[in-house]
Write a new protein. Structure first.
Length: 126
């Protein structure tokens, strides 16, 4: 009976340590993700605030310069602005995705803990 309670205590200790490791990994990942999130927020802010004035002014210039209709120039410049925002977004999302690689450490430790529990259960009956 003492072996069972000792095993239960060990499993509880492992679970506690595993949760602490996951919390540490989450904190580290969020710290690494902060610059990417800030960049993404800045890109969104700039896209909304500056895009209207830039697109409108550029469209008027294009319409004047190339003797186009204003509506066609607005659509072309709007499309160009959206392409630029998409490129900034892709870069920031890639940076954000690589920020969460530290959770691999938690996953590897969990695999080792589960293997230890299986080994202990297998050999405790002998």
């Amino acid at each position: 009976m003492e072996d069972v309670s000792s095993f239960g205590n060990d499993v509880a200790t492992l679970a506690s340590l595993q949760s602490k490791l996951a919390a540490a990994d989450a904190k580290a990942s969020l710290a690494r993700a902060a610059p990417a999130l800030g960049g993404l927020a800045l890109a969104i802010l700039l896209a909304f605030s500056g895009a209207i004035a830039i697109v409108w002014g550029l469209a008027l210039w294009i319409a004047e310069r190339f003797e186009m209709k204003t509506s066609a120039a607005l659509m072309l410049t709007g499309l160009g602005a959206l392409v630029l925002v998409a490129l900034i977004g892709v870069v920031c999302v890639r940076l954000l995705g690589s920020s969460f690689t530290t959770f691999r450490r938690s996953a590897e430790e969990l695999e080792r803990n589960i293997a230890w529990i299986k080994t202990t259960l297998t050999h405790s009956g002998r």
